[in-house]
Design a protein around this ligand. Structure first.
Ligand code: HEC
Length: 173
């Protein structure tokens, strides 16, 4: 009788032991880190600061049209003219700054959202790749397929704004 009681106590004690919380399974070994993926090649910068300039298809089409119209040969009659530069500054601030930026870097608030970045006027290779006449044609006709639309400038105003860009940004790399 005493023995049976002892057994009961013993079993009860053992049972208690058996209820001991199981140790959680060891965490699975971490999966091996994925191999680093090479970043995709950067799209060609269209508003770089410097370096060789290769026009995109839209810009090239505009250059070709300006040439076909004979507009590329026209020099800027207002180049270096102080009054024209002052007038051009007002046109620039009113109509261009939003895309080409206050300092002509092509970084205006509206420009950054465009798939085709506005030209950076400090990019000498780009600025020198076209004549004043071609740029004038672009101001009157735009670059089709890009944010560069005709902006309603008169023939004279377009020369003035180009005189300003030349004096303020393009000749000050
Ligand atoms: C809505 C945005 C926008 C506005 C406003 C705008 N531009 Fe542009 N401009 C562009 C974009 C974008 C291009 C580039 C097109 C391309 O590379 O195909 C461009 C290109 C040009 C180019 C040709 C540069 C080159 O080398 O091909 C000139 C010059 C230019 N802009 C001058 C101006 C002037 C001056 C004004 C104001 C009268 C102006 N733009 C207003 C977006 C704009």
């Amino acid at each position: 009788m005493y023995r049976a009681l002892l057994m009961t106590v013993f079993l009860a004690a053992c049972g208690g032991e058996e209820k001991k919380a199981e140790t959680p399974p060891a965490p699975a070994p971490a999966a091996p880190a994925p191999a680093p993926v090479a970043p995709p090649p950067a799209a060609p910068a269209t508003n770089a600061q410097s370096g060789a300039y290769t026009p995109d298809a839209m810009a090239q089409a505009a250059y070709d049209k300006a040439k076909a119209a004979g507009a590329d040969a026209k020099p800027n009659p207002k180049h270096g003219d102080a009054a024209a530069i002052a007038a051009g500054k007002a046109h620039y601030e009113g109509k261009c700054v939003v895309c080409h930026g206050a300092t002509g870097m092509g970084d205006g608030v509206a420009g950054s959202a465009l798939p085709q970045k506005p030209a950076n006027f400090h990019w000498k290779e780009r600025w020198d790749a076209t004549t004043a006449g071609t740029k004038h044609w672009i101001l009157l006709n735009g670059v089709q397929g890009t944010g560069m639309a005709p902006l309603g400038l008169t023939d004279d105003q377009a020369w003035e704004v180009l005189a300003y860009v030349d004096a303020e940004f393009a000749n000050k790399q």
